[in-house]
Design a protein around this ligand. Structure first.
Ligand code: KG4
Ligand code: ZN
Length: 361
């Protein structure tokens, strides 16, 4: 099955053309064309993603990215050999989502191909199918960690899942970005904080101060990152230091706290849901080296559970993951490919809004 996929939920415009075949547990995924443009630099001055700027950039970038993707795949712009169009329909920034949805609808009408709307987080979850050597065993538990989400999801089957824990305020990636901004680093600052924390961990003993681990002992599986961010702010105000060593120590103490809570809640979920066979960790923060090493240690406590983290290429937002989720939907619901489903997506697609702008601190 050949799938053209489009992702515009946040600040990445991405288009890909995939050829996918085989069972859902272990599909064969060929990337025929794949393009992506990040707007992160443009949003830097806002300290987060500014929805209307994102919308304008998506509108500008989609046509050239489509042309480039089709060219990479050796396909024509007029009548490419595809079976369906998969487009992110939420959650995300509403103006940004609608740009991708409208673009997909125009293509659907022009080429007379069906559109399947895709949940962005489902895309992150199933991004682990790309390049995986072994079949995916379900039920699974997914820890979704990005700039907009911090969720624990019980994946009962390919099309049946339940959110069993979520952040009550900031997402963990958002906390990384805000702490980075307080330390004078540009958006998105997660990778910078991670590098500083790793450097400190390699060369020094733990800093002489600690930050709180919000909700670590709560009985539920929810998270809260806003208090941790505020604790960092108070520390910076109290110390009034800007030297490199202090920044490294703050980064490490923040990361130790942020990740300890992720691990503790994931352990609690695995202790509760006894039948879990796979732990999937996805979203931008899954690129974090300390998180992956702590997760490896955690899964050693649960020998029956396999840990799956997406290929580095697919950790942040991309269109390949949307295409993979599109394949799953098309296989599970062949009626979505029927002629009746063509060219009339707008009344079926609901852009689920989750408007967030990281506010400058
Ligand atoms: O999934 P993603 O690309 O976009 C959203 O849907 O949010 O995630 C982006 C988030 C940003 O907050 C970024 O700072 C964070 O992922 N991030 C990291 C790392 N790489 C990206 N956070 C911590 N450590 C990293 N290595
Ligand atoms: Zn994402």
């Amino acid at each position: 099955m050949r799938i053209l996929s489009i992702e515009t939920s946040c600040d990445e415009t991405a288009v890909s053309l995939l050829e996918i075949s085989g069972p859902l547990e272990k599909p064969e995924i060929k990337i025929l064309g794949n393009t992506l443009l990040s707007q992160a630099k443009l949003h830097e001055e806002f300290g987060g993603v500014y929805p209307n700027l994102a919308k304008r950039e998506h509108q500008k970038n989609l046509p050239p990215l489509l042309a480039k993707t089709l060219k990479q795949a050796g396909e024509s712009n007029d009548n490419p050999d595809i079976d369906l169009i998969a487009v992110t329909s939420g959650p995300g920034l509403e103006p940004a989502l609608w740009t991708g949805i409208t673009f997909a609808e125009e293509l659907s009408k022009k080429w007379s191909k069906p559109i399947i709307p895709i949940n962005h987080m489902e895309g992150h979850v199933f991004s682990v199918l790309y390049g995986s050597a072994k079949p995916l065993k379900l039920p699974g538990l997914a820890l979704l960690v990005s700039g907009g989400h911090t969720e624990l999801v019980h994946i009962k089957d390919f099309d049946n899942y339940e959110i069993i824990g979520r952040t009550l305020d900031d997402a963990v990636g958002e906390a990384y970005d805000k702490v980075a901004r307080m330390l004078g680093f540009s958006y998105p600052g997660g990778p910078k904080i991670s590098t500083l924390a790793d450097k400190n961990r390699m060369s020094r003993l733990a800093p002489g101060f600690k930050f709180p681990r919000p909700m670590i002992n709560s009985l539920d599986l929810n998270f809260s990152y806003s208090g941790l961010k505020t604790a960092v702010l108070y520390k910076l105000k109290a110390e009034n230091r800007t030297d490199d060593l202090f920044k490294e120590e703050v980064a490490r103490a923040f990361e130790d706290a942020a990740i300890e809570v992720l691990i503790a809640k994931t352990r609690k979920a695995l202790d509760t849901l006894l039948e879990i066979k796979t732990l999937i960790v996805a979203g931008g923060v899954s690129a974090n080296t300390f998180l992956s090493s702590e997760l490896k240690k955690l899964t050693e406590e649960f020998p029956q559970i396999e840990l799956l983290i997406p290929d580095k290429l697919l950790t942040t937002d991309n269109a390949v993951m949307i295409g993979i989720a599109g394949y799953i939907q098309a296989k599970l619901h062949p009626e979505k490919l029927s002629p009746a489903a063509r060219g009339e997506a707008s009344n079926k697609i609901v852009a689920k809004g989750n408007l967030f702008i990281s506010s400058p601190q």
